[in-house]
Design a protein around this ligand. Structure first.
Ligand code: NI
Length: 389
């Protein structure tokens, strides 16, 4: 149906249209419209309005049979784009800075390939809202996204790998991501009379430094984890002692025991700091996404597919687990599956991470990602039909 070149051009046009019109979590209405329009053109049936703005499409191959799900996330980030690209975001303060525009194009590409040459079974395509925030995966699952599904696969565009590389790992590849808020209440006062006040800025600063010792002095260094305080708000004037301070941060960990230990220590240090400095301190910890744990057999299927698409030299592994979070984890709690990394570093942007206002990727990844997802569905269905017989 497509030549290699027209397929690539089609994927690029989808990606660029999405990139110019990014939408935040659960607001992906235009994105969903673009997806359903393309699905209609491909003659693939779908259900829209799933988990508010999600779309679920399905191809029933030559025989009715087992079902494999493939997933893309759709949402953008609250960020002002600074790439200067001709197709840069037209929405102020919103940007596709994580490559989810590419993920949607890749999944539509996989749908086109599978429609063209039907697989031995059913393939379900999950266009999921709200990955960055709002646990869209959970919402999709609640609306039946995984019913009858035997395996699920997905991937993320990744600048740590070259185009033509696909990283496939077994086991844990993304961290637990929990967040916290600390509210410090001291006593405001005149900058020149500290003895009459309780300075929330000084206490907040001590606390920021102190909680770093949880990682450096309390946790086994062989267990990857990190605490980052990303927000520290306090004070209104240079000559007034601040009465209150607000800290917000994230805890990333890769095993349940370390995670528990960090939470307990954060609580202990906050309480002790309040006591030591005559302040009131309130700590709130919110549980976030679970870790992404790839099923060994699904990883084997993914490797087989990757070998077919990128060959031996393209099949790589992620050397360490990432401490990033990914709500694909929720699917993997329900069905076996594998989440991979699509190499996509763009020349000159080697040091520009995802979530940066300058983020961009090499678009050649689009057809590679699409071919991989189509292939992994095919490989898995072949295996499943064999098992059934
Ligand atoms: Ni992402």
């Amino acid at each position: 149906m497509f030549s290699e070149e027209s397929f690539f051009k089609w994927l690029v046009s989808i990606r660029r249209r999405l990139h110019a019109h990014p939408e935040l979590a659960y607001q992906e209405e235009q994105t969903a419209r673009l997806i359903t329009e393309e699905l209609k053109k491909l003659g693939i049936s779908f259900r829209e309005g799933v988990a508010r703005t999600g779309v679920i499409a399905e191809i029933k191959g030559a025989e009715e049979g087992p079902c494999v799900a493939l997933r893309a996330d759709m949402d953008a980030l609250p960020l002002q784009e600074e790439t200067g690209l001709p197709f840069a975001s037209q929405i102020p303060g919103v940007m596709h800075a994580c490559g989810h525009d590419g993920h949607v194009a890749i999944l539509l590409g996989a749908a086109a390939l599978l429609k063209d040459s039907p697989p031995p079974g059913r393939v379900r395509f999950l266009f999921q809202p709200a990955e960055e925030k709002g646990a869209g995966a959970l919402a999709m699952i609640k609306e039946g996204a995984l019913e009858g599904v035997s395996f699920i696969f997905g991937g993320h565009i990744d600048r740590h790998f070259r185009v033509g590389e696909i990283a496939v790992n077994e086991g844990l590849i993304c961290a637990y991501t929990d967040s916290f808020t600390i509210r410090i209440k001291g006593k405001g006062g005149h900058a020149a009379w500290p003895h009459e006040a309780v300075d929330a800025v000084v206490i907040g600063s001590l606390l920021v430094m102190n909680i770093q010792t949880i990682i450096s002095r309390e946790i086994n260094p062989a267990h990857p984890c990190v605490i980052t305080v990303g927000k520290f708000q306090a004070g209104n004037a240079h000559n007034v002692i601040a009465e209150q301070a607000l800290l917000e941060g994230t805890i990333r960990s890769t095993d349940a025991e370390t995670r528990k230990r960090i939470m307990e220590s954060l609580n202990r240090i906050s309480l002790a700091m309040a006591e030591a400095h005559r302040a009131e301190i309130e700590l709130e910890i919110r549980e976030g996404y679970p870790p992404v744990i790839n099923h060994p057999f699904a990883a084997k299927l993914a490797k087989e597919a990757a070998l077919k698409v990128v060959g031996k030299e393209g099949l790589v592994t992620q050397p360490h687990p990432s401490l990033g979070g990914e709500d694909f984890a929720f699917y993997l709690q329900k069905v076996p599956g594998c989440f991979v990394r699509f190499g996509a570093v763009k020349k000159g942007l080697e040091n520009i991470p995802a979530h940066s206002p300058k983020f961009d990727f090499d678009e050649r990844v689009l057809s590679i990602g699409a071919r991989f997802l189509a292939e992994v569905a095919r490989v898995s269905l072949k295996y499943l039909s064999g098992v059934k017989k």
